[in-house]
Design a protein around this ligand. Structure first.
Ligand SMILES: *Cc1c(COP(=O)(O)O)cnc(C)c1O
Length: 449
């Protein structure tokens, strides 16, 4: 299965970086020609070896940091990684903008969102439009978006509602603001509804006498990838006049999202989970109503220096993503805008895969079915786990079998309840993936329906 050319390709790319280093260290205009010629000759030799499919012994980039080849050599079904896989454009941009504060070359207004070259300013406007809101900012991960909102809206002891399927970062964002979490039950269906939110608001009122200050619910949760009734929740939030944060970690950049249609006051997305960007990155978008509060300007003054920073936005600590992160978000953005239009195709492929997967006797889908997302929770306790019980490799037998077929990213060693994500896989890859599981089942004589 191993493709020798992948490592060789890295060798060639690194040799080109060695050449780049010559220019970086030279006195302007007088780079060492001999060194350049030697570097080019090395690149040529490596390319010749690449052409001949010669294997490479290259294993590390530097001290104990291994090459990462899983996206080149395997089908990766890791639950959290597919939406953050970089586009070709992002990978190119990363080569050129990897240096620290690289997007600050032409910064004039001392504000990230006003940089015109590269067009970070226009990107911000487009971002707001992309999620159907008025104003957007980039943040270091969805979690920092939650934090900006909780820190702006919650005082000590204020109550925030989070679904019982909520992500740990939502809980921590409430905690750091001194707030109190009350959970909205997702019930047996594991789906959060507007009614459940209304009931929870009433229950909180009855038991504490307080009205919650914020509702945070994810469109698709991380455990099941189930779709929650964000529109219904948006309506209830309006009725009770409680701001609603739509958590789009598993949707923004993959699923078409219009925050205002949904009735959201805040839309948070994750760059590295859903927008084909470098971590940590994400977006926080809001309405004209809330922007002045959440994106409020600094009012602090230095008592000795008298320094003030009135143009800086406090919750963002001034600037946020100043190099590789934002350039990857921007470089991927045209493709991201395009790919959300094809979400229904992604769901179709997800359903095709799951349909094949549950043909294996004992395999069960724990997520809602038919699937509405590409992230799915499956239960293989009555199939692969039975094999694992007597196999000398235990649960690792399944990882071994998958890896042998060029598939990686399942939770290694787990044959009980686990998650996988098919986002972004072509139909050819989807069919190959489904066939691989069926093939493994056949090998161990599990019945196929
Ligand atoms: C991944 C995830 C997050 C965290 O996103 P970051 O961008 O890594 O901060 C938050 N909520 C949900 C539902 C997630 O799945």
């Amino acid at each position: 299965m191993v493709e020798p050319r992948v490592r060789k390709l890295y060798e060639a790319m690194f040799a080109l970086e060695d050449l780049r280093e010559v220019f970086r260290e030279a006195v302007p205009g007088s780079a060492n020609e001999e060194e350049i010629a030697a570097c080019i000759a090395r690149v040529e030799r490596i390319l010749k070896e690449l052409k001949e499919s010669k294997s490479s012994s290259l294993k590390y980039i530097t001290d104990r940091i291994e090459l990462r080849t899983r996206e080149e050599e395997y089908i990766n079904i890791n639950p959290i990684q597919p939406g953050g896989r970089l586009t070709l454009e992002a990978r190119k941009a990363l080569i050129a903008y990897g240096d620290g504060y690289s997007v600050c070359d032409w910064c004039r207004d001392l504000r990230l969102d006003r940089i015109k070259r590269p067009p970070v300013d226009e990107f911000h406007e487009e971002l707001a439009e992309f999620v159907g809101m008025d104003e957007a900012r980039v943040v270091p991960g969805a979690r920092r978006g939650f934090q900006a909102v909780t820190s702006s809206l919650l005082d000590k002891g204020d109550i925030a509602l989070i679904s019982d399927l909520g992500h740990y970062t939502e809980y921590l964002a409430v905690e750091i603001a001194g707030g109190v979490v009350r959970e909205i039950p997702s019930g047996d269906s594991k789906i959060v509804t507007g009614d459940a939110v209304a009931d929870t608001i009433e229950r909180v009122r009855a038991t504490t006498g307080k009205k919650p200050k914020l509702i945070i619910v994810e469109h698709f949760d991380y455990s099941y990838g189930n779709e929650h009734d964000v529109r219904g929740i948006g309506k209830i939030a309006k009725e009770y006049e409680i701001p609603f944060l739509y958590n789009g970690a598993y949707s923004v950049g993959m699923v078409p999202v219009n925050g205002k249609d949904i009735g959201a006051d805040f839309v948070v997305g994750s760059g590295h989970k859903g927008m084909a960007a470098v971590a940590p990155s994400g977006i926080l978008a809001t309405t004209d109503e809330w922007a002045p509060l959440v994106f409020r300007r600094s009012e602090v003054t230095g008592d000795i220096s008298g320094k003030r920073f009135e143009h800086k936005e406090t919750e963002l600590l001034g600037c946020t993503l100043m190099g590789a992160t934002i350039i990857s978000l921007m470089a991927s953005f045209p493709r991201v805008k395009e790919r959300v239009k094809h979400w229904s195709g992604e769901v179709q492929k997800s359903n095709y895969f799951i349909r094949e997967f549950i043909r294996i006797a004992g395999n069960e889908i724990v997520s809602e079915y038919p699937r509405k997302h590409t992230l799915s929770r499956v239960d293989t306790r009555n199939s692969f786990d039975k094999i694992a019980r007597t196999h000398k490799r235990r649960g690792f037998f399944l990882s071994d079998e998958l890896k042998r077929r060029g598939i990686i990213g399942e939770f290694a060693g787990s044959t009980r309840i686990w998650k996988l994500n098919t986002y972004g896989l072509s139909w050819d890859r989807i069919r190959y993936l489904a066939d691989a599981f069926v093939d493994i089942a056949r090998k161990y004589e599990l019945p196929i329906n």
